[in-house]
Ligand binder design. Structure first.
Ligand SMILES: Cc1ncc(C[n+]2csc(CCOP(=O)(O)OP(=O)(O)O)c2C)c(N)n1
Ligand SMILES: O=C1C[C@@H](O)[C@H](O)[C@@H](O)C1=O
Ligand SMILES: [Mg+2]
Length: 637
């Protein structure tokens, strides 16, 4: 006879989360590490009660902002290579709505995470409850419906027994590398507390097997033929290569067959930059070396990449007329891109099998890979040495601010530090196993170009959604995943202002993070974008109504929360602050005032952005015309 146990829906949920295991490459461990919570009336008496009564092995962390804690959960999963997750529970209404930006982040980046927002009453007896939107055309629509397009799987629980089939679907989705993404299960607040006689077998230890999908003989034969026929193949390392842990075999193949590696943001640090054939980031924010080699490629071997506009320079980075594509990806829809020959399989095993079939093959790049790398390393050296002067300084982003404007910033922020110089100095000062976390603004571009990781999986960039606010929250998630490594949030002033609430959570729970805040008093990269495209400097600088540049004391903000903070405006101070911060046990913030327009720029890249087709500015008309010309050279789809 079936054994049952009487539990509330929320108690059943927590019991189930405790029993989920994942099995990868012979290792088996719990899949759900913990749960972030912000309680409100939509979850405190259901999920809150269940956790208080019996949370099991789950680590329970109180967040400060729903987007922030969800970003921390995403970063945890990303840093754990999608092998473990945190769940996130929120109240109903605004608490749930605050998940939206994070859900988009998880979906675009293909990161598994479990969102558990409360929902309005299933009985509808007290309707409209506090925070119910009361949509006139349907009582069935709640705030949570806004999360549907942002979830890989979405469900609403209005009866306790629905939980069982819903959770099974949820975990199947989250543990499938081809489908990985956010799952949202909305539970009506009255149903969370409602009891049901659950079949006990539902709570038995359940193992989710993640087997590596093997390539077929047809796929392997086709891939080998393409590579052997190619004279100048280039490997594009995407995030899928990192999640598949394909770094070692990538190096082996690259070395043996003399094939250069170029990287996307998500793929960076799958292989360390110190590996001789790694030419770094490619595309809009790519290195000159990677962009030059990409254009020469007659075969692009895309491994676990989504081919976003940044990686492909809006489909101009490659010679589409003469080059072919070979895509290795667990996702069939991703493998289809750019008319590629498709290998729908795990990256690591596919490369291992290819290795044994490519005996005797060598590309015709000769010395070129090393020459391009040396040329780029020299350019990086130049970027590390830039010094400001008050009479004839030419910043990297040229022809936008004149000398007077740059001097005004130097005076207002009391600094002469260029961003590139500071970033490279930091790269060279902190321990090699430190993990850096970033997401939005001008810093991701600089990081992709000039941050040289010498240890794998120490570069954590969320650049699928490039969501401001991820930087600080994400650092907390990364610290949870890698407690023994120093974690650095690399954040602009704009992103910091948008969301840094989880700094408090980091301090509260003694999960040390270091925030490196680059303050250029504005939305710098967007200011570059508007001016580069013929516009003026319009509402992207942080100025008062009487046009004074804002000088905010960010160090004081962090200090008020309880972090150790530093203010620096030269390299020596930065190095001293980094050294001191490393000795601290609690979280730190280093505020670096940097000059605008001193981020990296150019390197034969192009980005297709919407420029006004008609305008009364001649400069915009010129940019529009130039853009139409450039578009003629781009692949259309
Ligand atoms: C949530 C969110 N809102 C808006 C944007 C658009 N956006 C991208 S970068 C940026 C400005 C970033 O400013 P800051 O963090 O100071 O970096 P900077 O470019 O100055 O280095 C904006 C508004 C975004 N990426 N994410
Ligand atoms: O609009 C954007 C422009 C990019 O340069 C920036 O890195 C990104 O955050 C963004 O949203
Ligand atoms: Mg800024």
């Amino acid at each position: 006879m079936m054994q049952t146990i009487r539990l509330t829906t929320a108690q059943a949920l927590i019991r189930f989360l405790n029993a989920q295991y994942i099995h990868i490459d012979g290792n088996e461990f719990p899949f759900v590490e913990g749960i972030f919570t912000i309680f409100g009336h939509g979850n405190v008496l259901g999920i809150g009660q269940a956790l208080e009564q019996e949370s099991g092995h789950l680590k329970v962390i109180q967040g400060k902002n729903e987007q922030g804690m969800a970003h921390a959960a995403i970063a945890y999963s990303k840093q754990m290579l999608r092998q473990k997750i945190y769940a996130v529970t929120t109240s109903v209404g605004p608490g749930a709505a605050n998940l939206a930006a994070a859900a988009g982040t998880a979906l675009a980046n293909q990161i598994p995470v479990l969102f558990l927002p409360g929902d309005t009453f299933a009985t509808r007896q007290p309707d409209p409850v506090l925070q119910q939107i009361e949509q006139e055309y349907s009582a069935a629509v709640t705030t949570n419906d806004a999360l549907k397009p942002l979830s890989r799987y979405w469900d609403r629980i209005t009866r306790p027994e629905q939980l069982m089939s819903s959770l099974l679907r949820a975990f199947e989705v989250m543990t499938d590398p081809a489908k990985a993404g956010p799952v949202t299960i909305c539970i009506a607040q009255d149903v969370e507390g409602e009891a049901y006689d659950y079949d006990e077998t539902f709570f038995a230890r359940r193992v989710h097997y993640v087997d590596r999908k093997l390539p077929t003989t047809r796929e392997l034969t086709g891939a080998v033929a393409l590579i052997k026929a190619s004279r100048h193949p280039v490997i594009l390392v995407g995030g899928g290569a990192k999640y598949s842990e394909a770094g070692d075999i990538l190096k082996k193949l690259s070395e043996k067959h003399h094939i250069p590696l170029v990287e996307t943001q998500a793929g960076k640090a799958t292989v360390e930059y110190t590996f001789a054939n790694n030419l770094g980031g490619v595309g809009v924010t790519g290195t000159l070396a990677a962009n030059k080699i990409a254009r020469q490629a007659d075969l692009i071997i895309g491994i676990g990449t989504r081919y976003t506009d940044f990686a492909t320079s809006s489909k101009t980075a490659f010679d589409f007329e003469h080059g072919q594509f070979l895509n290795i990806n667990v996702s069939r829809s991703q493998a289809y891109k750019l008319d590629a020959f498709q290998v729908v399989a795990d990256a690591k095993v596919t490369l291992e099998q290819l290795a044994s079939l490519l005996e005797g093959y060598t590309s015709e790049f000769g010395n070129q890979i090393q020459e391009l790398k040396a040329e780029w390393d020299q350019e990086r050296e130049r970027l590390s040495q830039i010094t400001f002067n008050r009479t004839d300084f030419t910043p990297e982003v040229d022809n936008q601010f004149d000398q007077a404007a740059l001097n005004e910033y130097a005076d207002a922020l009391q600094t002469e530090l260029p961003q590139t110089t500071a970033l490279i100095a930091m790269n060279e000062s902190i321990p090699a196993d430190s993990i850096i976390v970033g997401s939005a603004g001008s810093l991701p571009g600089d990081l992709q170009r000039i941050w040289n990781p010498s240890i794998t999986n120490t570069y954590h960039l969320e650049y699928g959604y490039s969501c401001m606010g991820y930087e600080v929250s994400g650092a907390l998630g990364v610290k949870l995943a890698a407690p023994d490594q120093e974690v650095y949030s690399i954040v602009g002033d704009g992103s910091f202002l948008m969301l840094h609430s989880e700094l408090v959570t980091a301090i509260q729970y003694h999960h040390k993070i270091n925030i490196i805040l680059f303050d250029n008093a504005g939305f710098g990269c967007i200011n570059n974008l508007q001016m580069e495209n013929g516009g003026g400097s319009y509402l992207c600088e942080f100025r008062t109504r009487d046009n004074r540049i804002l000088n905010i004391d960010y160090a004081k903000i962090a200090e008020a929360y309880g972090a150790k903070s530093y203010k620096v405006n030269n390299i020596k101070q930065l190095q001293d602050a980094l050294a001191d911060a490393q000795q601290q046990v609690s979280s730190t913030l280093i505020e670096i005032k940097v000059l605008p327009k001193t981020m990296t720029h150019g390197y034969e890249s192009w980005w297709n952005v919407g420029v006004a087709e008609v305008s009364d500015h001649e400069s915009i008309q010129r940019v529009f015309a130039a853009q139409q010309e450039k578009l003629k050279t781009a692949k259309q789809y």
